[in-house]
Design a protein around this ligand. Sequence first.
Ligand code: SF4
Length: 345
Amino acid sequence: MRPDPDALLNWYDRHRRAMPWRDSGRDPYHVWLSEVMLQQTTVATVGPRFRRFLEKFPTVAALAAAEDAAVMEEWAGLGYYARARNLLAGARAVVALGGFPRSVEGLRELPGVGPYTAAAVGAIAFDLPVVPLDGNVERVMARVHAVREPLPGAKPRLAALAQDSMQDAAARARPGDFVQALFDLGATICTPRTPACALCPWRGGCAAQAGGFAAELPAKAAKKDRPLRHGAHFLLKDADGLVLVRRRPPKGLLGGMLEIPGTPWRDQPWGEAEALAHAPVAGLAWQRLPGLAQHGFTHFQLEMALYLATVPRLVAPDGFEARPLDGLAPALPTAMRRVLALAGG
Ligand code: SF4
């Protein structure tokens, strides 16, 4: 028996989660912003950040007109900073086009918009009959259809099953709601460890539930260990509470974000003398602070040491900025906040 889209939509009408971006009449800018923020970031974190971002950049035109640095600083702490750079480039493209494209193909042509985001904006903002495949939808599809092939290899099959679920007339009558209902089902009922099958509107048509192995799916291929990299950073302070920071190059990891200056990140730990050769100002009494800051990136784990020096009055060399330490942390990416925490900041 196939799962019944009507049952899912009826459940959604009663139990949908309240989300700030669901109050805005499906404004494509709001839908797009929320979907970009939600990639790799939890709903609980995104809620307040979404509202704050819209206070600063209330329309796609306001975002398109913003300074790059202002957008990067507003994104600080959310991680995966390429998302913010792409959002800005996308906003400029939307303004140049005179509005959002209303097809999945058109949305895909915006900078940084991949198949998932194009389908999410297309379905939720424009009611196009497409299903974006996120982790929630993957899990629900794997269970309902008892797909035992492990992820990520199973993705094409799960995507086809998800798209197939949109063929039903009830789903096609309300594509945006159907997609959000799948998201909500995965997030609140069909959860990773202990699915609440007794409360599920699809329990009658779910193969994994019938077989008693729902919690085992989706199967996942074994993960490789992330390699460890090492860096050393340099906090230069003055008597007025200014510290030296620099902006990373626009492309690459943490591109365009502020950082506490440091060495490159490499596979071997840095000895003190070779680390100090990268200090932004030479000849100072740099002191190594106790401890190491840890941060996990997608492809590696990073350990960072911190050296501290003070001067009476800070004058930023070319390529650096002097900023008040007070209030600096929110403008930094999380990895740099962790470094700063070694100094009690
Ligand atoms: S019956 Fe259980 S396993 Fe199947 S979709 Fe519902 S919550 Fe998920």
